[in-house]
Design a binder for this molecule. Structure first.
Ligand code: NAI
Length: 250
């Protein structure tokens, strides 16, 4: 792609959880399309490698650190990014955690933290960015999960947080459509990242057997869907949840 052809040239994007995995693939894909990407991780030093990789593809990529669950800190950071990077057009809420346990053994702290990072973290960024996104007719993509659609034993906290992200997405889409802002969710299935590397071999085999396409997804396959939703072809899509799971939920 030449500079003049790049569809996101001149746009500023925030990607949370950009240090690795799906978020890193999303950040690099947006950068390859010409966006200036604010790469966010829990700590700034964790986002530096991602920002350097993006900077090799586009001008003005920068690393930032914040706990997405910290409402005041997120508000401050979004204001700083808008000021320093010259606005905001794209927001991708990707940061997420799991703290799996069967219902009867799940601790209150583990329930609260997963909701705080995955659901409230998404709300924190959407709320802090809304005013600026209304001015730029921006695009929001929230990374949910297929288990937010289907539920999953051992993931009451995580599935509730990801179902919450879908409800939030639909409501934001309705609220902001009048200002030209779109808001969609992506619900990945089993994607090869650090998050899924911890799954034991036996569970992995069972999961593979349940996936009609018989393979694990790649982070780049989620990034490609984000690229579509925030690019010129995605402008008439809002409030939707795109399930990308190799047919797992069929
Ligand atoms: P990962 O564990 O490899 O990366 C998570 C990212 O989120 C990291 O950059 C980490 O620094 C960041 N993060 C975590 N807590 C944070 C906090 N409190 N504040 C700021 N940043 C924080 O995860 P992966 O696999 O790349 O997942 C990305 C998203 O996709 C998550 O929301 C996850 O729930 C979702 N997802 C992943 C699937 C998979 O199979 N890998 C399947 C379905 C959804």
């Amino acid at each position: 792609m030449t500079e003049s052809q790049r569809p996101l040239e001149g746009q500023v994007a925030i990607v949370t959880g950009a240090s690795r995995g799906i978020g890193r693939a999303i950040a690099e894909t947006l950068a390859a399309n010409g966006a200036r990407v604010a790469c966010i991780a829990s700590r700034v030093e964790n986002a530096e490698a991602a920002a350097s990789a993006c900077a090799a593809l586009t001008d003005g990529a920068r690393p930032f650190g914040v706990d997405v669950a910290d409402t005041a800190a997120v508000k401050e950071l979004v204001a700083e990014i808008v000021k320093d990077m010259g606005g905001l057009n794209l927001l991708v809420n990707n940061a997420g955690i799991t703290k799996d346990q069967i219902l009867m053994r799940m601790q209150e702290d583990d329930f609260d933290r997963v909701i705080d990072v995955n659901l409230k973290g998404t709300w924190n960024f959407v709320q802090a960015a809304t005013r600026t996104l209304m001015k730029s007719s921006g695009r929001i993509v929230n990374i949910s999960s297929v288990v937010g659609v289907t539920g999953n034993a051992g993931q009451v906290n995580y599935a509730a947080s990801k179902a919450g992200v879908i409800g939030l997405t639909k409501s934001v889409a309705k609220e902001l459509a009048g200002r030209g802002v779109t808001c969609n969710a992506i619900a990945p299935g089993f994607i090869e990242t650090d998050m899924t590397a911890a799954i034991e071999d036996k569970a992995r085999e069972e999961l593979m057997a349940a996936i009609p396409l018989k393979r694990i997804g790649a982070a780049t396959e989620i990034a490609a869907a984000v690229e579509f939703l925030v690019g010129p072809a995605g402008g008439y899509i809002t409030g939707q949840t795109l399930v990308i799971d190799g047919g797992l939920s069929l």
